[in-house]
Design a protein around this ligand. Structure first.
Ligand code: N01
Length: 500
């Protein structure tokens, strides 16, 4: 990422944390609104967020690309229905370039601390390298899937071979002809395992909990189809609309109808029976929770990969790691050259790596100790002029989060408009935020995510601060404009303070 970074003297209008889909969308919309006094601070060495960081073999999006992209920047050239990670990343780069936001992004710039200065009505940011900035508004678009989770397994540090994590992939390590252990069978593992199983000498897949897997209706787009999308953008919009509403229908099952989910589960069960003839292996791969409770996995090649001669599915619990490999609870040691952690992300404390302090020095990490909460995932009482993107309870199990991001950016732009027209501080009212969350968690009770399984959607206390418990269209409708009556607006106290 070589774009020059220009720092205007003085106070920024907006400081954005993160240059993934969220931060890029915010930056594009600010620029389109004629605002150029903003900066994006990205901790990684390039833009793209999760699509830059996740580079493991087989990494792709499990939401169709024509939907998992900006509505205002449709790409007629997607190579496949489910495009690989690198293609999504290239799309993000092209979009950032097209909208002229690269000069506003600073990479290798990790925000360590953001503190609200009530007297000055400013957010004061400190980067990890000690630099400091001030901004009237803070937009946190850090995303929830970026802090890799590695379980603490006894003896892990003694392992003499190579250790990798799907979210911190080391391209320079050659897996060919190696004996490999993969820990985890979530969304990352089911993409990784088929991609590497044919290359490695042997693969032990350590499964703690099997997931429901449904077929991925993937296919390449022929040049003719791409040309049609290019020539008739309305055709692509129509296609996107069809994918959107097809996905949206699933929300009914996830959030309201156990009957619909039961039908869905029958389809997955039939697929498993068709794909895995061996009853013993099939039993190991059969989940004991309702489909949808944990994230539904989408793959055509996972079951075939697990049945390869050089792949063993290990379901005994991992007891410890030795210099030579992994020992399971039954005492068996399986030697390996590399251990790959496909163990996901630290989701429920996703913003804890930035020390965010609001009014009176209150810490977001303390306010969220029992679970993150916000108003529509965007605004938090006690943190004026701070707007979160993909914040609490705005993740999805059935549709594109890019759709949610666009709704949130529009909502945040509405609030920023008040700042630009005379307000000094904009803060959601406590009672409004509390009432919103009480209603949300009431709705959450009837969702499949609360049906009793253990998943990364849940906080340690069992509450769900991760997912939106309704249709995305209802989120879009409810957030189509920010309502002044829900916020406390404090007049600007003084002209913007210069950064020292
Ligand atoms: O992580 P996960 P992921 N011993 O948390 C297991 C998104 N994503 O990286 O189920 C043994 O789902 C754990 O077991 P269990 C997507 O939102 C999207 O795969 O807890 N095993 C589980 O099997 C996804 O949901 C795409 O019992 C241990 C696995 O590790 C999210 O990222 C692609 C263990 C972790 O699964 C995370 O997916 C990839 C231990 N001590 C990812 N600890 C798209 O295509 C954990 N596990 C959009």
């Amino acid at each position: 990422m070589n774009a020059p970074f220009r720092l205007d003297p003085g106070v920024l209008d907006v400081a954005i944390i993160g240059a993934g889909f969220s931060g890029l969308c915010m930056a594009i919309k600010l620029k389109q609104a004629g605002r150029t006094n903003f900066r994006v601070f990205e901790k990684a060495s390039d833009i793209g967020g999760t699509w830059f960081l996740n580079r493991y073999p087989g990494c792709a999006c499990d939401v169709p690309s024509h939907l998992y992209s900006f509505s205002f920047d449709q790409n007629p050239s997607w190579s496949r229905a489910y495009s690989p990670a690198e293609e999504i990343w290239r799309y993000q780069k092209a979009s950032a370039e097209k909208h002229g936001i690269l000069p506003f992004i600073r990479c290798n710039a990790e925000v360590a601390r953001a503190q609200y200065d009530e007297a000055a009505q400013l957010w004061r940011l400190t980067l990890k390298n000690g630099e400091s900035f001030a901004a009237r508004a803070l937009v946190a678009g850090a995303g929830i899937l970026h802090v890799p989770f590695t379980p603490q397994i006894a003896g892990a540090e003694s392992f003499a071979g190579k250790t990798l994590h799907t979210a911190e992939w080391d391209d320079s390590y050659d897996l060919r002809a190696k004996r490999v252990a993969v820990i985890g069978t979530g969304a990352s593992a089911i993409q990784l395992v088929p991609a590497i199983a044919g290359k490695v000498a042997h693969l032990d897949l350590y499964q703690r909990t099997p997931g429901w897997v449904i077929p991925r209706l993937d296919h390449a787009f022929e040049e003719q189809a791409k040309a049609r999308f290019q020539r008739w953008p309305w055709l692509q919009r129509l296609f996107r609309g069809v994918i959107y509403w097809r996905a949206e229908m699933l929300a009914f099952g996830f959030t309201r109808s156990r009957k619909m989910m039961a039908g869905f589960q029958k389809v997955a069960q039939a697929e498993l029976e068709k794909a895995v003839p061996d009853p013993a292996l099939r039993a190991k791969l059969t989940p004991d929770f309702p489909i949808g409770c944990k994230r539904v996995l989408i793959s055509n090649d996972f079951y075939p990969a697990v049945q390869r001669d050089n792949v063993d599915l290990v379901t005994d619990a991992i007891a410890r790691i030795t210099p030579a490999g992994i020992v399971t609870a039954d005492g068996t040691e399986r030697a390996c050259d590399a251990i790959i952690y496909a163990t996901g992300f630290r989701v429920t404390d996703w913003l804890s790596h930035v020390d965010i302090r609001g009014r009176g020095g209150r810490k977001l990490i303390d306010d969220w100790k029992d679970g993150a909460a916000a108003y529509y995932g965007v605004a938090v009482n006690g943190y004026p002029n701070m707007f979160l993107l993909l914040g609490p309870n705005t993740g999805l199990g059935h549709n594109s989060v890019v759709f949610m991001i666009e709704s949130q950016v529009r909502f945040a732009m509405g609030c920023l408009g008040w700042l630009w027209s005379g307000a000094g501080a904009v803060e959601v009212k406590k009672a409004v935020e509390e009432a919103f969350n009480a209603a949300l968690h009431e709705k959450m009770k009837r969702t499949v995510w609360m049906s009793g399984c253990k998943s990364w959607y849940l906080n340690p206390n069992g509450t769900n601060s991760t997912l939106w418990p309704d249709f995305t269209v209802s989120y879009w409708w409810q957030t189509r404009r920010a309502r002044k009556r829900d916020f406390e607006l404090t007049p600007a106290r003084a002209p913007a303070v210069q950064v020292s």
